[in-house]
Design a protein around this ligand. Structure first.
Ligand SMILES: [Zn+2]
Length: 210
């Protein structure tokens, strides 16, 4: 391929770029000497290789690949899934490369974002319910899948024998003592507060003379 053909090929590949960027790019390519063109091609190849080595979801979360973004803050990005289970399927991705929920530092923030996005889906898309799926493709992904009225998510299901179910339940049984204790203490306090106020009111109320 001679230098002009290479330039034409490059310009063709730039068709997807936004117009103003493309114009600049085309001018730059046309003005390149043969040496400049070779250096540029080398750089391009290196960039492509390094992108291929990087985690796809790091690239998505940090805006290095184009996506349909619906939310972004310092720590998270949310984009539309390009192969949605249903219309409005969102992927919420931490910007930092985290493999699993266990290793995520901002779990509470994540839940608040899930809540907000779910609200928005219901308001704007008329979504009946939102199924939240925490998964990992090497990078933690929280999937928000809209469930529309009178539709069912297409997961294939099967019946399992009672004994097997009991065995599985036994294996998965767990306790979250710390959280439960906290809640109990708080609700006790509230009850006490209520009792006090009722007593206060009784004392303040004028006594009936029999
Ligand atoms: Zn990653």
């Amino acid at each position: 391929m001679d230098i002009d053909e290479t330039k034409q090929e490059l310009i063709k590949q730039a068709e997807q770029l936004p117009e103003d960027v493309r114009e600049q790019f085309v001018t730059r390519v046309q003005e390149m000497s043969e040496q400049e063109l070779q250096d540029f091609l080398k750089q391009l190849a290196q960039k492509q290789n390094s992108w291929q080595g990087e985690c796809l979801f790091c690239s998505i979360a940090n805006g290095k690949v184009s996506s349909f973004k619906v939310f972004e803050n310092e720590k998270f990005s949310a984009v539309l899934d390009i192969n949605p289970v249903s219309e409005g399927h969102i992927l919420l991705v931490p910007k930092k490369h985290v493999e699993s929920l266990e290793k995520l530092e901002n779990k509470k923030e994540m839940l608040l974002i899930v809540e907000e996005l779910s609200k928005k889906m219901k308001q704007e898309l008329g979504v009946h319910d939102v199924a939240v799926l925490i998964s990992s493709a090497g990078h933690l992904i929280i999937q928000l899948i809209p469930v529309y009225q009178d539709t069912v998510l297409q997961f294939s299901r099967k019946k399992i024998e009672k004994e097997k179910m009991e065995e599985i339940a036994g294996k998965l049984k767990c306790d979250v003592k710390i959280e439960l204790k906290k809640e109990r203490v708080e609700s006790k306090k509230e009850i006490q507060r209520e009792e006090e106020t009722i007593e206060d009111k009784l004392e303040q109320a004028p006594r009936r003379i029999p």
